[in-house]
Design a protein around this ligand. Structure first.
Ligand SMILES: Cc1cc2nc3c(=O)[nH]c(=O)nc-3n(C[C@H](O)[C@H](O)[C@H](O)COP(=O)(O)OP(=O)(O)OC[C@H]3O[C@@H](n4cnc5c(N)ncnc54)[C@H](O)[C@@H]3O)c2cc1C
Length: 144
């Protein structure tokens, strides 16, 4: 991944070290999280429960329609039809100008979208290098 994106090997080494020391473990199949007294309970698909004192959601920005509707910024914009979800995640944009494409299919002029929200259009956006490259192209499009 280091060659594809700015994922530093130093982080990978640190994570590996912690796993080898038994201080970090991975588990999948998370079904839900519930606040309980003094922390949170993680419930997995097989029904098992694990208590944690602290819980950090590090998944980043959501790409799904439900997440976009829930967000205080994108939700109202979607209701007004100024932005529209992309079938592959994120929002529909004009890939030449990065302007949003609204509900009716018309470009929302001067409303530019960058970064992870353009995942559906460009597929690989989950890395800072890609986001920077797109922002350079956007600046160029605005300057023209
Ligand atoms: C766990 C994790 C690890 C990663 N590690 C790497 C890495 O090592 N190297 C790498 O290159 N990439 C990494 N990435 C990917 C990288 O972080 C993203 O591609 C990049 O941050 C996307 O930038 P963005 O500006 O599109 O979104 P974000 O960085 O998510 O910025 C969106 C901002 O909008 C704010 N926001 C949301 N809603 C509202 C609202 N209603 N009003 C105001 N503000 C709002 C959010 O708080 C956030 O600050 C990682 C991603 C994750 C989730």
């Amino acid at each position: 991944m280091t060659y594809l994106a700015a994922f530093p090997p130093v982080s990978a080494r640190r994570l590996l070290e912690q796993m080898e020391q038994g201080r970090l473990s991975l588990s999948g199949g998370l079904a839900s999280t519930e606040p309980v007294h003094g922390g949170f309970e993680l419930v997995t698909e097989d029904g098992s429960r694990q208590f944690v004192e602290y819980l950090i959601d590090g998944r980043g920005v959501g790409y799904g329609v439900d997440e976009l509707k829930r967000d205080l910024l994108t939700g109202p914009l979607m209701e007004q039809g100024l932005i529209n979800p992309h079938p592959h995640g994120g929002l529909q944009i004009d890939r030449m100008t990065y302007e949003a494409i609204g509900k009716t299919g018309e470009v929302t002029r001067n409303f530019h979208i960058l970064g992870d929200l353009t995942k559906g259009e460009f597929l690989a956006t989950t890395d800072v290098g890609r986001c920077v490259a797109h922002s350079v192209r956007l600046a160029d499009a605005i300057a023209r």
